[in-house]
Design a protein around this ligand. Structure first.
Ligand code: SF4
Length: 752
């Protein structure tokens, strides 16, 4: 099929044209074949991939065999990238709303018309109400970078990413406690404590492979604490169905035992930590007996586990997960995990936790610029120093610790509705479905209806885009070139595999073009993605050529743990420059550098205590997720879909088209429900209709749903009004200190 024929065949809205993936794959039997090496974007993990292309049609995706960690592996979603590329419901022309907001009535427009409209409206709004009256949202990643650059150039401080709805807690806790991000050494650990970090469903291929190997080994122990018998629980040596929201009590009891019995790495704690006295005071009463009635785990069990972990240390990982049991006390839960790791002295030990040794860090360790490094052409863009609607980063505000480039999504709707601290008039969104991924959908819908102008950039006409005034179609990741990513000890680069289908553009081109049309591009030092890449690479044409050819450049560097003499000795054989830095214990202790205010691991955090009294050390404030309701609704990821992103893709939709709610079989029968019954889950925030799935694999007080279904997307035929949107029953009040979205929520069940 030729591109012209494809465009001619456009039917729906004159723009949502179709390619049948089976037909298109069969349509070419001769012609050029090639492999393009790029980076997957079906989730945020960014696995290196190889795309087989024939006659400019993508035909198959596998992992990049040159990437030694994943080799040719991709997950189901990664393999379905081709199916997304040719999904007949994709957007391929700019759309301008002609009906009422949300009525799904559009007319096609040229890019010139659509961008002119956006530029004119944004200029008008800025002139009348100020640049801050426009908010910008995006999923974190490359689209967020280019959107943020534009927002800064425009002059609005109201920039948001998905952080507050997902990884904000562990990022903030590691920064507050250790001064920065850390990695978990699943490959070499002997004991892993997992609080529902379900790597076999929320897949990160490289970590999932390591954890699978770990779980299968006979000399390791995987302990899983989770209210549901998930796939990771099924692979565990021991599963404890802990009451939802109570991980923090379990952890505080664990720490109580270790401090009570003096079973912790005293030498490490004395040398590298501060706040032991405050920690001792905070866990003085959190005994094994105390936690029994909170968590449902017996005192004997936790005593045994405390001993097992201590004996396995330092080859121990107490996993902070990604987005596990999100409660108002999530900051405390994750802090307790960070502290428990520190007490086991597993920092920079094989099988423990460690800093990532990227090329920059390696150059610093070696003391020479052995590896190429990157520039960041986006660094010139600074978030305006004017008040944000959520107060992120502002003195005394509850969101003080939140980055001004990421913000708190749950605060958007209340700010629009209350017009406080000032009125919001417009919303620019790219690749984020706020109405499925953010709590309190009903409030967000009301807020959206108050706005004068909404622009959405996406590859699909999803729930949020359906409410926009202008929808700009983005090219899929197989149709666009992107910037260089620094990942581990190397670099990845997303390379265009096929010509664009229809009339789509990359997010980079959309924002760059808008900036020049609006004459706000003085700070931009680049016009094309090639120029951006070249500036990143500091003119290193060899690096760029290799990234274009192979999609990745990685450097073979021996593993290095700064407190592990054996690995240091090996590393010094290749890089003798480090020999002078090795201390008498054979460690590289002079290179251990915690970027906290005290330059130590902070068991007690003064700056947190000052703003949030009692939160500087551990506490159990507000861990209850039931709030007088009979059940706690929990949610999680499936290996078949990525959040609310992939449900319409035909092959993935065939594998999983809806998500029933898990309920304990015995409890359901007590209540008179059977498998497949339709019920309402309701609370003070909303009500959703769901289908029940009876199983013994969940606690009697807990319900579970896979997130991302229940969509109001008339243009996406495969998913429109199928399943339930759990965000409808989530409230917009966020967790303490880290302002995380609370995803475990109390609900009651009523027969539908
Ligand atoms: S885990 Fe799967 S979807 Fe995510 S980047 Fe890797 S292959 Fe793609």
């Amino acid at each position: 099929m030729q591109r012209r024929e494809f465009l001619k065949g456009s039917a729906f809205l004159g723009s949502l044209a179709c390619i049948n993936p089976v037909l298109s794959a069969n349509a070419f039997t001769n012609g050029d074949k090639k492999s393009v090496f790029s980076v997957c974007e079906m989730c945020s993990t960014r696995c290196p991939i190889e795309i087989s292309v024939k006659d400019n049609k993508g035909v198959f995706i596998n992992g990049n065999p040159k990437f030694s960690t994943n080799k040719t592996s991709v997950c189901a979603r990664g393999g379905a990238g081709i199916n997304q590329l040719y999904d007949k419901n994709r957007l391929i022309k700019p759309l301008i709303r002609v009906g009422k907001r949300g009525e799904n009535k559009w007319r096609e427009a040229s890019w010139d018309e659509a961008l002119n409209l956006v530029a004119t409206k944004l200029n008008e709004i800025k002139e009348k109400h100020g640049a801050s009256s426009v908010i910008f949202t995006s999923k974190a990643g490359e689209s967020h970078t280019h959107m943020s650059n534009f927002a800064c150039a425009y002059g609005s401080p109201n920039i948001f990413s998905h952080y507050s709805s997902c990884p904000i807690t562990y990022n903030m806790v590691l920064e507050h406690t250790y001064g920065g991000g850390l990695s978990r050494d699943f490959a070499n650990a002997k004991y892993i404590v997992n609080f529902g970090h379900n790597l076999f469903e929320g897949i990160v291929i490289s970590d999932a492979k390591k954890l699978a190997k770990f779980a299968a080994a006979s000399d390791t122990k995987l302990l899983v604490l989770e209210p549901r018998f998930s796939v990771v629980a099924a692979k565990a040596d021991e599963w404890l169905p802990i009451k939802p929201g109570t991980d923090v009590a379990f952890l505080m009891a664990l720490i109580h035992i270790w401090l009570r019995d003096e079973k912790y790495d005293k030498e490490f704690v004395n040398e590298y930590c501060i706040g032991l006295d405050e920690l001792k005071a905070s866990v003085k009463d959190t005994s094994p007996k105390w936690q029994e009635s909170i968590t449902g785990i017996s005192a004997d069990t936790i005593e045994r586990i405390a001993d097992e972990i201590y004996k396995a240390a330092p080859k121990v990982v107490i996993d902070w997960g990604h987005k596990t049991t999100t409660t108002y006390a999530e900051y405390q839960r994750t802090r307790a995990i960070a502290i428990a790791n520190a007490l086991m002295g597993n920092y920079e030990k094989k099988g423990g936790i460690h800093t990532s040794k990227n090329t920059n860090t390696l150059n610093k360790i070696i003391g020479e610029d052995i590896f190429p490094t990157l520039d960041n052409p986006s660094n010139v863009f600074k978030v305006p120093n004017t008040p944000r609607i959520d107060g992120a980063g502002e003195d005394g505000n509850k969101n003080y610790f939140v980055s001004r480039k990421h913000g708190v999504l749950m605060d958007i709707a209340p700010a629009i509705l209350s017009k406080k601290p000032y009125p919001i008039k417009a919303w620019v969104n790219t690749r984020f479905n706020h109405l499925v991924n953010v709590a309190n959908v009903n409030e967000s819908l009301k807020a959206i209806n108050e706005l004068d102008f909404i622009v959405s950039i996406d590859i699909y006409l999803n729930d949020f885009s359906n409410l926009a005034d202008v929808v700009l179609p983005e090219s899929s990741y197989l149709e666009r070139d992107e910037s260089i990513l620094s990942v581990g000890n190397g670099y990845y680069m997303r390379n265009k595999a096929v010509e664009v289908i229809g009339d789509t553009k990359s997010g980079f081109d959309i924002f760059r073009k808008l900036a020049s049309m609006m004459k706000i591009d003085e700070l931009y030092t680049y016009t094309t993605i090639d120029e951006y890449r070249m500036q990143q690479a500091k003119g290193n044409v060899d690096l760029l050529a290799n990234l274009k050819k192979d999609g990745i450049v990685t450097y073979k560097v021996p593993s290095l743990y700064l407190r592990e003499p054996k690995t240091i000795k090996e590393f010094a054989k290749t890089y003798p420059q480090i020999k002078d830095k090795i201390d008498s214990n054979g460690e590289l202790s002079s290179l251990i550098n915690f970027k906290t205010p005290s330059k130590k691991i902070e068991l007690f955090i003064e700056k947190v205590e000052n703003l949030f009294p009692t939160h500087g050390c551990l506490n159990t404030t507000d861990y209850d997720v039931f709030k007088n309701h009979e059940f706690c609704l929990t949610s999680g990821k499936t290996p078949i879909h990525t959040n609310a992103h992939t449900q319409n893709i035909p092959i993935l939709n065939e594998l999983m088209s809806e998500s029933p709610v898990w309920i304990n079989e015995t409890k359901a029968k007590e209540l008179g429900f059977k498998d497949g019954d339709l019920v309402y889950l309701e609370n003070e925030f909303g009500k959703i209709q769901v289908k029940l799935m009876l199983t013994q694999g969940i606690r009697p007080d807990t319900l579970f749903i896979y997130h991302g279904f229940g969509r109001n997307t008339p243009a996406l035929k495969n998913i429109h009004e199928i399943g339930a949107n759990d965000s409808i029953v989530l409230g917009s009040r966020s967790g303490y200190v880290c302002s995380t979205m609370v995803t475990n929520i109390g609900v009651d069940i009523k027969r539908a």
